[in-house]
Design a binder for this molecule. Structure first.
Ligand code: CUA
Length: 323
């Protein structure tokens, strides 16, 4: 999976790679073109009038003839804007309908995304997979369409899911769910972030979407469905983890760690970053994180674990086996 993770695709809203983002760009450019044409016409007439009828030496200093109540002119500047606005309403409504009321095809992937302060819980209810901060989906190309439908929820405050190249923003609201979908046409890793202020670490609530070719997607699913590795050489680190508060907030499937407050760590090392994108997932960063998360992400709700150096090293060695 490291391959797909390392190919980060740059670009923003002007280079969409997913069906809803394309639709939104099309309507945005259409509206921009009409607004641009209106601007050019109005500014052009204004400029023409200002130059052509400017005060000149030898003018008689009289007001020009004043025209009131010209029916043709009143009619034109009422009807034309109404027609323009009507066209904009129709085009916009059609796009809203195609983006928000899209029927879910049978091959669609279902994902529940739950916003937390300050990370993303990602659950695949049909596949039995739980992960965090890095959403993996299959690509939709000429081999077939496999859009991903996201059910957005919040565990605490309002967040907003935004990956600019894939779709518009959608809020995650407590005690309610919102729906959105993506259909990426190009494999690669796309960056996004929480787009609704949600507290101290709002700015470090990053998300990445890894879009896989079909075979790579199948391998990712199979790997994530496995239980946590049970490497006996790191048994002591696992024991330290299981006898500390880690288990109250984290899940490692196959151990007594079954908390839901923090990210599922069963396949922690399959992720490219930790702390919702705050740092790359290296052993050095992991060690710093477990020792005191606020060094990397001030305000993070995970407390400093205050482990003895030996325990810290063993826990990190254990975490490093969770592939
Ligand atoms: Cu979550 Cu801002």
């Amino acid at each position: 999976m490291a391959d797909a993770n390392s190919k980060i695709e740059r670009g923003g809203v002007f280079s969409p790679v997913s069906t809803p983002a394309h639709d939104i760009q099309t309507v945005a450019l259409f509206v921009l073109a009409i607004a641009g044409a209106i601007f050019v016409i109005v500014a052009g007439l204004l400029l023409f009038a200002a130059v052509r009828y400017r005060a000149r030496a030898g003018d008689d200093a009289q007001e020009p003839a004043q025209v009131y109540g010209s029916n043709p002119i009143e009619f034109a500047w009422t009807v034309v804007p109404i027609l323009i606005v009507f066209v904009l309403i129709l085009v916009t409504a059609r796009t809203i309908y195609s983006v928000q009321a899209a029927a879910k095809p049978s091959g669609a992937i279902n994902v529940t995304v739950i916003g937390h302060q300050w990370w993303w819980e990602i659950r695949y209810p049909d596949l039995g997979i739980v992960t965090a901060n890095e959403l993996h989906v299959p690509v939709s190309d000429k081999r077939g369409s496999t859009p991903t439908f996201l059910r957005l929820e919040s565990a605490d405050v309002a967040h907003s899911f935004w990956v600019p190249r894939l779709a518009g923003k959608t809020d995650l609201i407590p005690n309610k769910h919102n729906d959105m979908w993506i259909e990426p046409h190009k494999a690669g890793t796309y960056l996004g972030q929480c787009a609704e202020f949600c507290g101290t670490e709002h700015a470090l609530m990053l998300i990445r979407v890894v879009v896989h070719p079909p075979d790579e997607w199948q391998r990712w699913v199979a790997a994530q469905q496995q239980s946590a590795s049970a490497d006996t050489s790191v048994a002591r680190g696992r024991q330290v983890m299981e006898s500390n508060a880690c288990v109250n907030c984290h899940v490692v499937r196959g151990t007594n760690a079954n908390g839901r407050f923090g990210p599922d760590l069963t396949h922690l090392m399959s992720r490219g970053t930790i702390g919702a994108g705050a740092a790359t997932n290296t052993l050095e960063h992991l060690k710093t994180w477990v020792e005191d998360p606020s060094v990397i992400k001030p305000g993070a709700l995970m407390p400093a674990m205050n482990l003895r150096q030996e325990d810290l090293n063993d826990v990190v060695a254990y975490l490093a086996t969770l592939r």
